[in-house]
Design a protein around this ligand. Structure first.
Ligand code: NAP
Length: 461
């Protein structure tokens, strides 16, 4: 029997283990979900919405367990109180738009014809979730999928093994039928085999580009709809008229919060030459204030990375960039907890360029590169010089200028004077290797349902 294991970044020891389901066991779970789906979809929308919100409320009641458990699994300091703010905000927002988003588009309702497009749930939705924001990334699909009348099967990341179990526990205790929302433990091979067997009507995968490729390959030929929310290398651009203190505050937070393990974290910053020196100096001071340490200590503001193998990637990228001429500005002596393993000090590199992996590949750690630019055109070229496109953060007082530059950025979201935030009213989407599809907003509901056309002629003459 294959065991799925979570090694805690807190102490490098096994924190949790669960047996993986066999392919037969997984197919039985899917069969139960399929059996339950039609009844679930027949319930009034408002009932489904209220049951999901009750599940969300139940998870909130479990904070005393969930928050330290999260720290043990992936290193998020307990000081931040888990992910409840974004988790609740997203759930409440999608609940508030569900009726509108799912209402029929009426083309004609006359004496002769009723013509309309209705939204039907896909059926069984499979959610494959990552560990970096394990509750928030999962709820982006779980909540609207259930509200829309799908049943959901969740397979969570090994690093956050207990998150799927907690979510389902909360929702089922709140009254969602057990077959409507199930958590399963799967290895990669069984996941692929299940997908290749055409088990699902829609799959949402959030994770790495390589993982996304495997899922797309597994689904090939099954015609299963896919949403792929993959990696990023998000840029910030600080223009000559920017509010420099606000830019430092938000961009440094965006680069380092959650130990830099955010899909839309800021990984590279381009600063106009007139502000460059001041921006770098203030950024180093900002980052140096972190307290790196055990995430269960209430004083800790920067926890370990989720796994020492993720920290190894960051260390290697930094070492490679430094060997190629980059300068590391944050004094490691300020961070005695850096153990060469999962506990990693934040870092800022200057004298970087795009020949370095550090400026091209996803770093996914508390480290960021800063480059000086002379013009919008130069910044634009650098921002687009990337295989990814999730968000871009522009800093200026000029909305027109930001909108104009925004038009030419190859990205899913253009931010002005903010970063690293997922607005549930807007579509969360990416371009290039960041994936395809879109979640949250009305568009998220549309992606979790299919259109069905009704063309009803009321007269026969
Ligand atoms: P990951 O290694 O790709 O894993 C994501 C999920 O997919 C996990 O549940 C993982 O299971 C599963 N998985 C990975 N490869 C698989 C395969 N070949 N077959 C079946 N299942 C597979 O990604 P991660 O390290 O958890 O998450 C970090 C990545 O997610 C980063 O690249 C980040 O940018 C991206 N991300 C993107 C967004 C977005 O909105 N665009 C949001 C959050 C994160 P196991 O854990 O068991 O391997």
């Amino acid at each position: 029997m294959t065991m799925i294991t979570c090694i805690s970044p807190v102490n490098g020891e096994v924190y949790a283990q669960r047996p993986a389901l066999s392919l037969e066991g997984a197919k039985e779970a899917v069969a139960r979900a399929r059996m339950a789906q039609k009844d679930w979809a027949r319930r009034p929308l408002e009932d489904r919405v209220q049951l999901v919100l009750k599940g969300v409320a139940r998870l909130n009641e479990m904070a005393d367990v969930v928050v330290p458990e999260l720290a043990w699994q992936m290193g998020r300091p307990i000081k931040y109180g888990g992910e409840y703010r974004g988790f609740n905000e997203r759930s409440n927002y999608v609940a508030s738009i569900a009726a509108d988003a799912l209402s029929p588009m009426v083309v004609e309702d006359s004496a002769n014809f009723a013509r309309r497009i209705e939204r039907e749930p896909h059926g069984v939705v499979f959610v494959i979730a990552p560990w970096n924001y394990p509750y928030m990334t999962a709820i982006n699909t779980v909540a609207p999928a259930l509200m829309a009348g799908n049943t959901v099967i969740l397979k969570h990341a090994s690093q956050t093994l207990l998150v799927g179990e907690r979510l389902v526990q909360a929702f089922v205790e709140a009254g969602v039928p057990a077959d409507v929302f199930q958590n399963i433990f799967l290895d990669h091979e069984t996941t692929s085999a299940l997908i290749a067997a055409g088990s699902f009507n829609f799959i949402n995968f959030t994770g790495s580009v390589e993982g996304g490729r495997s899922i797309e390959r597994a689904a090939a030929g099954t015609f299963t709809s896919l949403g792929l929310e993959l990696g990023g290398k998000d840029p910030g651009y600080v223009m000559d008229d920017a509010d420099i203190d606000a830019a430092v505050d938000t961009l440094m937070d965006g680069a380092t919060y959650n130990s830099g393990q955010c899909c839309c974290g800021i990984e590279r910053i381009y600063v106009h030459e007139t502000l460059y020196d001041a921006f770098v100096e203030k950024s180093v001071a900002w980052v140096s204030n972190y307290k790196l340490g055990n995430p269960l200590d209430p004083e800790t503001t920067l926890g370990p990375m989720a796994n020492k193998r993720f920290a190894k990637v960051v260390r290697e990228q930094i070492a490679d960039a430094v060997a190629k001429g980059a300068k590391a500005l944050v004094d490691p002596k300020l961070f005695p907890a850096d153990d060469g393993g999962a506990y990693l000090a934040p870092q800022i590199l200057v004298d970087v360029d795009h020949s370095m992996a550090f400026m091209r590949e996803e770093t996914f750690g508390p480290a960021v590169g800063i480059m000086k630019v002379k013009s919008d055109a130069e910044a634009l070229e650098l921002m687009n010089d990337s295989p990814y496109g999730l968000t871009a953060s522009l800093w200026t007082k000029d909305v027109e200028r930001a909108s104009l530059i925004g038009r030419d950025i190859e990205t899913g979201t253009v931010f002005m004077n903010r970063a690293d935030y997922l607005d549930p009213a807007l579509c969360w989407t990416g371009v290039k290797e960041t994936g395809r599809g879109g979640s949250l907003s009305i568009i998220g509901f549309h992606n979790l349902t299919r259109p069905k056309s009704y063309h009803l002629k009321k007269v026969t003459a």
